[in-house]
Ligand binder design. Structure first.
Ligand SMILES: CC1=C(/C=C/C(C)=C/C=C/C(C)=C/C=O)C(C)(C)CCC1
Ligand SMILES: [Fe+2]
Length: 366
């Protein structure tokens, strides 16, 4: 009761002065801005990754998932508890567990029943989710050049399309290889798996995705500039455009598996961890006082059990697929199917959090 009361009081205070909250600016710096600089610094390395064997990318993806990726969704069961004032721990855990079981089970069933459609659906879901994550991060940064829901949606489409669409344009062979690995888990005949994913990789699809992404980026950056001319912060807009530029370069240059492995941990995962720290009052207080280590330790403790749980889901998918797991590519494919299963309920939890925090409300503070 005392803890609940403290939580509510702190949250009310936090909502009142979100604009100049030291925790928010520290989170923005450590979990979004510095990692973005790090990614930009890695661009020369990214440029040579297409020369490496795909296994280097697979190892990078595995490391990223192990270190941050899996953990970023592993406190979903505490999100309702922490972001609402009227949800008990028991209810928070129960609702999120049921959502994970039903939605996650449905995704795995979809891969068994229609692997190509499930793969395309997973790409679309990730497009949505990674865009959603970046829009939330822009609201944590308190940018003022995206004041309407429509501008935020356009930003979502651009930010999510960079990791999912640009590699399809720039490196279709490796993209296709991963698609075949995933579909091949469920369609034992390799030639049939290769033929099944054909339509995704025809030049027309790639051209359309490339043209769409170029136009969407131009319109999004252009509309932001118009807001700057009308008085919005030029610095924030430049940072937004700089991030979009860095991600374009990243996904154009790097081999897809490597690129997405690094992005998942260093970009999407860290940004979401920062957001979770802000809804945990004690972690937020720690980060606001400059105790980044203390905040991360709290997050790590909360996330540890279900990070392990996530890897058990990977193992369960590995044991259940008809083709079995024989090579590093199969391991990546199994991990991706398990991630797909956990992503659908994760998106629901994050969408609920977005709503609570007014991310999609025009003029909302996020
Ligand atoms: C690795 C990889 C792919 C897919 C990755 C996806 C879809 C990852 C999704 C992760 C999520 C949703 C994490 C949770 O936040 C592609 C594009 C098929 C081909 C290139 C390599
Ligand atoms: Fe996520």
């Amino acid at each position: 009761m005392t803890e609940t009361a403290t939580r509510s009081a702190t949250r009310r205070r936090a909502t009142a002065d979100e604009g100049d909250d030291p925790a928010r600016s520290a989170v923005d710096r450590w979990f979004a801005f510095y990692p973005a600089l790090a990614l930009a610094g890695l661009l020369p390395l990214a440029a040579v990754t297409p020369l490496f064997p795909v296994e280097v990318g697979v190892a990078t993806f595995a490391l990223g998932t192990l270190v941050v990726g899996m953990a970023h969704g592993a406190v979903d069961h505490l999100v309702p508890l922490r972001a609402a004032t009227d949800v008990s721990l028991r209810r928070s855990v129960a609702v999120v567990s049921v959502a994970y079981a039903i939605l996650g089970g449905a995704v795995v069933a979809a891969f068994f029943l229609a692997p190509v459609a499930a793969f395309v659906g997973f790409i679309a879901l990730t497009w949505l989710h990674w865009g959603q994550g970046d829009v939330a991060a822009l609201t944590v940064a308190d940018v003022d050049h995206l004041p309407t829901a429509a501008e935020r949606w356009l930003s979502l489409v651009v930010r999510g399309g960079l990791p999912m669409g640009v590699p399809l344009v720039a490196h279709p062979e490796e993209y296709r290889l991963v698609a075949e690995w995933i579909v091949g888990l469920f369609v034992v005949d390799a030639a049939a798996a290769a033929a099944a994913v054909d339509p995704v990789f025809v030049p027309e699809t790639r051209l359309a995705v490339g043209a769409f992404m170029t136009a969407a980026t131009a319109v999004s950056v252009g509309l932001g500039y118009r807001r700057v001319r009308a008085g919005a912060s030029r610095r924030d807009w430049l940072r937004d455009a700089g991030e979009v530029g860095a991600l374009w370069a990243w996904f154009l240059l790097a081999a897809p598996v490597f690129a997405i492995g690094v992005y998942f941990a260093l970009w999407h995962g860290l940004r979401h961890v920062g957001r979770l720290i802000l809804v945990d009052d004690r972690a937020a207080a720690a980060v606001g006082d400059g105790d980044l280590h203390g905040a991360l330790a709290r997050f790590g403790r909360d996330a540890a059990p279900l990070t392990l749980g996530g890897f058990l889901v990977v193992a369960a998918v590995g044991l259940s697929v008809p083709a079995g797991v024989a090579a590093p590519g199969d391991l990546l494919a199994v991990s991706l199917v398990a991630i797909a299963a956990m992503t659908l309920p994760h998106v629901v939890v994050v969408a609920w959090l977005d709503r609570r925090q007014g991310v999609w409300r025009p003029g909302g503070t996020g």
